[in-house]
Write a protein that binds this ligand. Sequence first.
Ligand SMILES: [Zn+2]
Length: 59
Amino acid sequence: MEVCESIVCPFCGQASEVAIDTSVPSQRFTTDCEVCCRPFEVTVTCEPGEILGVETSSD
Ligand SMILES: [Zn+2]
């Protein structure tokens, strides 16, 4: 099941939405900010149907 979650770019503060597959309990991926175009890492913990926590890292 996919849930939309709002994430905030660690560089410019722009919020954007991503679809998270909540059937995967812990996941990490890299996305590009749509405003400043810099890549950042997103770490998500979830349980099926619900997102428990989202962290972004500028590494
Ligand atoms: Zn940005």
